[in-house]
Design a protein around this ligand. Structure first.
Ligand SMILES: *Cc1c(COP(=O)(O)O)cnc(C)c1O
Length: 410
């Protein structure tokens, strides 16, 4: 068992030690001006992040969950509408749908990329919906509700296959809201436009989370909505601030969902590092790919299509004996995660809505087999080698156990 070092799943403390000298003056500046809510720190970050994503507007909000909810509401999703998304996501995606007053329904994922399958989306709409020309919207045949939006989730740092999703969405007049909470800086090659597009620039609006563990993380809670539509941006700015466009004139009821100024300041400083961090994550992934391909015969490695430049928020492999492998790595001092152990449609609130096992088999199979290995920009070569060696060792032990089985039975 003797293992040389522990390998953390994510070393957030190490990263922040390196940033301490950069972040402290920002905190000091906020203390000295007492500009804690709104103000130039927020606006400067918003404008930098909009530029980074290649969009014209960014509105900072209090979390990624608020970002999804406000994006849906600002893009015109109405209470009672159906909003489609992937069952293999964090529950925040579907919470935001429900909290906007809409009803979540699901479309299964592609077995190789784990992102929303455009063909499944097409089939869902063809099979379940009638297009009502008088309102220009799809109506669900049995639920008799408008299907008004779809949220592709750019999972693990890789965008969904957006060209065909946008094409189907245009045909059926669905609003597209990207859940880019795991994909800051990820890129998608649009064949239709013949150019690389950044995550967060392809739908009517997109949601980002700056939860500390994300590729761009605050030192607390934070999120943002990006969009090219000025009206959507304006609506998000009202929703996050009690529905006011001018102080104490409330055009509607909103929320307390603003981005904290100190967090905006931290995020602005960290944004300068993001491209470099993402590049390092890609290097870690490339090395895992090359070495694991040798070391392991049984793992399914991440699949990055030619249209994708993923930013590896997570490095996710698949294994038949996932739980045993995770246990082996844990014993060897290696941190891992499972994203996600239970697909959203099988979580209690959605089971109560009638979803059950077998509804989305691709997502369910993935959930039973996925394992996230240590991944962060500062992961050293030695640490990576340690992970790779332990995976190889697990397979050898397991092979022996398998070959002994007939003897044991005899
Ligand atoms: C993190 C995350 C969210 C929610 O973000 P918070 O900032 O934690 O509210 C939403 N969707 C996905 C896919 C996420 O990974």
């Amino acid at each position: 068992m003797a293992n040389n070092q522990n390998v953390l799943f994510l070393d957030l403390a190490g990263l922040h030690q390196e940033l301490e000298q950069e972040l402290l003056p920002i905190f000091q500046k906020a203390l000295r001006t007492a500009g804690f809510i709104g103000g130039p720190m927020v606006e400067e970050f918003e404008s930098d992040f909009a530029r980074f994503c290649g969009v014209s507007h960014c509105a900072g909000v209090a979390s990624g969950t608020d970002a999804v909810r406000f994006a849906l509401m600002a893009a015109g999703v109405q209470p009672g509408d159906i909003v489609l998304t992937s069952p293999l996501t964090f529950i925040a995606t579907t919470e935001a749908i429900s909290q906007s007053g809409a009803l979540a329904d699901f479309v299964d994922v592609d077995p190789r990329t784990y992102t929303l399958d455009p063909e499944e989306l097409r089939e869902y709409l063809e099979r379940n919906c009638d297009f009502d020309r008088s309102i220009g919207r799809c109506i669900h045949k049995t639920m008799r509700k408008r299907v008004s939006a779809v949220i592709p989730v750019h999972l693990y740092g890789q965008t969904a296959d957006m060209d065909p999703i946008l094409e189907v969405a245009a045909k059926y007049n669905l609003t597209v809201i990207e859940d880019a909470c795991q994909a800051h800086g990820a890129e998608y090659f649009s064949k239709k436009e013949n150019l690389w597009r950044k995550a967060g620039s392809m739908g009517q609006a997109a949601a980002f989370s700056f939860y500390p563990g994300k590729n761009l993380g605050a030192c607390g809670e934070a999120g943002a909505v990006t969009t090219n539509d000025p009206a959507v941006a304006q609506k998000v700015r009202m929703l996050r601030d009690h529905g006011q466009a001018r102080k104490y004139y409330h055009d509607m009821e909103g929320y307390n969902g603003r981005l904290d100024a100190i967090q905006a300041g931290f995020l602005r400083a960290k944004l300068l590092h993001l491209a470099n961090w993402n590049q390092k994550r890609r290097e870690v992934a490339a090395r895992y790919n090359a070495r694991l391909n040798h070391a392991s015969t049984r793992l399914v490695l991440p699949y990055e299509p030619t249209w994708s430049r993923a930013v590896y928020h997570l490095y996710v492999v698949r294994a038949q004996e996932r739980n045993e492998l995770q246990e082996h790595l844990t014993k060897a001092g290696i941190g891992t995660g499972i994203h996600y152990l239970v697909p959203v449609h099988l979580q209690k609130p959605y089971r109560l809505m009638g979803f059950k096992e077998g509804d989305y088999p691709v997502a369910e199979n993935a959930a039973a087999q996925v394992l996230s290995l240590p991944m962060y920009p500062g992961l050293s070569l030695a640490q990576q080698d340690c992970v790779i060696a332990e995976i190889a060792r697990f397979e050898q032990i397991d092979d022996k156990a398998l070959s002994l089985q007939p003897v044991a039975r005899a």
